[in-house]
Design a protein. Structure first.
Lengths: 175, 269
């Protein structure tokens, strides 16, 4: 991260090589258009490039931060709500100092293993429960919107999402 | 409900963006007060929720994108300083102490030099155009280099002795077979020719079908204008756990699980 602060483009290249595939996959899944996904990826990595100097290396992995940023950008693209985008970016700035750090030494194999764990933990859920979490994450729907979309009671949707994310937490904690 | 312990139940849903109504208003108002318990709690929840990104079907960004981003970053670095140094802050503080006559002199100086600036700007515009051409050239070279690495990786997979080859046979008449080469250390290469063109709202998606459990996406792809396909991917699962590879037609952007019957299937026997 120090090299990034010193405007070393090779450092940005290394981070891009490690995370671009995950960020692009996520942006493409949400935006649905390769052109838009490319713009989102560019936006995310240039945001990192421009923000690197505003914080110092702290604890926590870089990957989740990049994914959160990419998801927010992609959902903003999907919704075309500029006001909401500004609010999210404001909240992201605060998290940057808390959770972003230099790339951790995690290997590609470990990333793959984590991906398998995430998929495995959620694939055990009933199909409708998986769908509720996907609608929230990939479509940016709220509890009420998901309840309408799936024609299920609001309380059921809240319970599904809560228990699904608890399962995800347990799965990640057991790594 | 304005209590950290109660609010902690909503961290995950808030990080997911699923909260609405009074619960959303409550937690946002609480966070706005800078709660030392809930602020890091929500940040941690964002990290957990971000892991759901792994559910997205794997897709390879275009090779040229890397070069484009690095060229843009280099351009930004050339025109803006990396950070506000303590020296620059000191200069700003001292500037506020300047007396008014100093500002008047500075304004006069600006008027005198105005004409020179106009001429200099014209030269700057010409220089910027030359620099832009240079950057585009560098970006193209980087894209070609990335493409070359892609092909080299494919050649290495093909040449390796421990690479396993398999053929994915089409389920529809008049469709060509798809060749796949999987090396446990280097990854998976998939190639085909004479593939059908896909409508813009559809894509092809390669799946690993495990011996046990649901199919796992390897990546999405589209044939080029001549019907050629070549994809190199790093599968998430060991080859020994996979029973077959399959390709299905999916909506643009891919699917988390197949939504149609696979058009090509190849057992990994």
């Amino acid at each position: 991260m120090e090299r990034l602060c010193e405007r070393d483009s090779a450092a940005l290249g290394s981070i891009y090589d490690r995370y671009s595939r995950m960020v692009y996959s996520l942006a493409l899944r949400i935006a649905g258009q390769p052109g838009a996904a490319e713009e989102i990826v560019q936006d995310v990595f240039l945001k990192l490039w421009n923000s690197a100097a505003s914080y110092r290396a702290e604890r926590g992995p870089l990957g989740p931060w990049l994914c959160t940023l990419a998801r927010n950008r992609a959902l903003d693209y999907l919704r075309l709500k500029r006001e909401k985008q500004r609010r999210r970016e404001d909240s992201m700035e605060g998290d940057l100092r808390l959770s972003v750090s230099a790339p951790d030494p995690e290997t590609l194999a470990a990333q793959s293993q984590r991906a398998m764990r995430v998929r495995a933990s959620l694939s055990e859920l009933p199909e409708q429960q998986q769908r509720a979490i996907e609608l929230a994450f990939f479509e940016g729907m709220t509890h009420s919107e998901i309840a309408d979309a799936l024609a299920e009671p609001l309380g059921t949707i809240k319970s599904w999402i809560r228990s699904g994310l608890l399962r995800l937490r347990e799965s990640l904690a057991n790594q | 409900m304005d209590d950290c312990k109660q609010l902690s139940e909503f961290y995950d849903a808030y990080a997911l963006g699923a909260l609405d109504g009074p619960e959303l208003a409550e937690i946002e108002a609480h966070l706005a007060r800078g709660c030392p318990n809930c602020t890091p709690g929500v940040a941690e929840a964002r990290g957990v929720v971000a892991q759901l990104a792994h559910l997205a079907p794997d897709a390879q960004p275009p090779a040229a994108l890397r070069a484009r981003i690095l060229a843009a970053a280099t351009s930004i670095a050339a025109t803006a300083p990396a950070s506000r140094t303590s020296a620059s802050v000191r200069v700003e503080r001292r500037a506020s102490l300047f007396p008014s006559w100093a500002w008047a002199m500075a304004a006069a100086l600006l008027l005198v030099t105005g004409y020179s600036i106009h001429q200099t700007r014209q030269l700057d515009r010409q220089l910027s155009a030359v620099e832009r051409d240079l950057r585009e050239g560098q970006a193209q070279r980087a894209a070609i280099e990335s493409e070359r690495e892609h092909y080299e990786m494919a050649m290495e997979i093909l040449a390796a002795q421990d690479t396993k080859s398999l053929e994915l046979m089409p389920k529809k008449a008049a469709m060509p077979p798809v060749q796949a080469y999987w090396n446990p250390k280097m990854g998976l290469l998939m190639m085909a020719a004479n593939m059908p063109q896909m409508p813009s709202n559809m894509t092809l998606q390669l799946w690993m079908v495990p011996k046990k459990g649901a199919p796992m996406s390897v990546g999405i792809f589209r044939p080029d204008g001549q019907g050629h396909v070549m994809m190199v991917a790093a599968p998430d699962a060991p080859m020994t756990e996979i029973a077959a590879l399959a390709i299905s037609e999916e909506p643009a952007g891919g699917s988390v699980q197949p939504t149609s019957t696979p058009v090509w299937v190849g057992p990994l026997s």
